[in-house]
Design a binder for this molecule. Structure first.
Ligand code: B12
Length: 356
């Protein structure tokens, strides 16, 4: 963690498009071979890439955390490796940003921005290696995950789902199937796509099968009697990841909660209307990437606007790892990153305790 610089964060946010455009143009001027490597869309593609990077830098400066920025750079380096593009192109992109920002930012904002870019640039000195498979054939649950993926890739999604449904109604149980088989299968196909070991079509097929399996399980397993409580869940605006909230929604449903899952990419204003309609006791908001943190903050504000202190607001997801000690972040009541944390809060609410 470092000292946040909200002034610099704001300037980068406001000037994002211009700075990214200038930096992309400079990059292509300094390295004309990139035109050939990335084709007709080289300028637009690099402008997008650098604009995304600036957004992350701005969030890092706003929160005082650079872990997400560094993790994302690592992720891109691995993607470039897998697709046989030189990682040095990414490093040159950062150099162009540093030049443009060094020339155009007001002096007061320069130091923290350039320090962060320097840290990012130095991260290229450490080599990155592709992640190995998440699935270990020695583990029975992982063998089920492999079979499930294979059936989906063979085009037999009904078999893939039926196999898991029978495990869910048997000893493994619905949450066991979801956590120990579906989640690893989803992570594995994501990893394979990232490492160019699976095509986009293959990734989509397995992702779809994972979602179908979760839905099938939620309809075929018995739930506890209704406990009179409502939980409302959503992935905030910009967040397309929804397996996490589906899993949490299922867990609460099985415990007898009325579970309202608003799904992905949910605008804060729409959430406010839903909060007024469903009057939840607990609201769970999920963000996967650091660039979604402003949307998360906005969502908390809208829910509080609708319900004041009536609902307990729990925020979490991957974007919050590292920030989960900051309990009242963005005005929420608690922060968490695991199913167990959410479950624990739900149980305390049911018992009439204040889980905050
Ligand atoms: C599948 C997947 C996708 C799918 C999502 C499909 C879907 N319907 O969900 C698609 C293809 C759409 C996708 C897109 C992208 N993805 Co993606 N994706 C993944 C992958 C492989 C699995 C995610 C998943 O489902 N995990 C399983 C669920 C259950 O875990 P979870 O979401 O973390 O949720 C758990 C906890 O966090 C918790 N939780 C979640 N929310 C909340 C909330 C509260 C309150 C609490 C208490 C707990 C909680 O509950 C769950 C319990 O286990 C991960 C890699 C991985 N290993 O996880 C990358 C990953 C999340 N994606 C990543 C990236 C970079 C992207 C893209 C930017 C890629 C791109 N260049 O297009 C886009 C961004 C999309 C967007 N705007 O949101 C990165 C994020 C890196 C980072 N910076 O942090 C990851 C980590 C990949 C990686 N190894 O780097 N992705």
């Amino acid at each position: 963690m470092f000292e946040a610089d909200r002034f610099a964060a704001r300037i980068l946010q406001e000037g994002n498009s211009g700075y990214a455009g200038f930096a992309a143009a400079r990059l292509l001027q300094d390295a004309p071979e990139l035109h050939e490597r990335y084709g007709a869309k080289a300028l637009a593609g690099w402008k997008d890439n650098l604009s995304h990077r600036l957004e992350e830098i701005s969030i890092a400066l706003d929160t005082g955390h650079s872990e997400f920025l560094m993790a994302d750079i690592k992720w891109e380096r691995l993607s470039f490796q897998a697709r046989e593009f030189p990682e040095s192109d990414l490093a040159m992109g950062l150099d162009s940003l540093a030049c443009v920002l060094g020339e155009s930012l007001p002096e007061k904002a320069q130091k923290s921005v350039l320090n962060l870019l320097d840290e990012a640039r130095r991260s290229f000195d450490t080599p990155v290696l592709p992640t190995n498979s998440y699935l270990d054939p020695a583990q029975p649950a992982h063998r089920h995950a492999m079979k499930f993926m294979q059936s989906a890739l063979d085009g037999d999604v009904r078999k893939a789902v039926a196999d898991l449904r029978s495990l869910a109604t048997g000893d493994t149980g619905p949450i066991g199937v979801a956590q120990d088989i579906i989640v690893p299968a989803q992570r594995e196909i994501g990893r394979m796509w990232h490492n160019a070991e699976a095509t986009i079509c293959e990734e989509h097929l397995v992702t779809e099968a994972c979602l179908q399996a979760l839905i099938a399980i939620s309809h075929s397993c018995e739930t506890k009697p209704a406990n009179g409580k409502t939980v409302m869940l959503a992935s905030v605006a910009g967040n397309q990841h929804d397996l996490g909230i589906r899993l949490l929604a299922l867990d609460f449903q099985l415990e007898g909660w009325r579970s309202i899952n608003l799904g992905t990419d949910m605008p804060a204003k729409e959430m406010k209307a839903a909060a007024l309609k469903y009057q939840p006791d607990l609201v769970i908001l999920s963000a996967a990437l650091s660039v979604q943190l402003p949307a998360l903050e906005q969502a908390v504000a809208c829910i509080k606007d609708a319900l004041a202190e009536k609902a307990f607001i729990l925020i979490g997801g991957r974007a919050l790892s590292g920030l989960d000690k900051e309990a009242r972040l963005f005005g929420a009541n608690a922060t968490g990153t695991s199913l167990e944390q959410a479950r624990d809060i739900g149980q305390r609410l049911l018992a009439g305790m204040n889980p905050g």
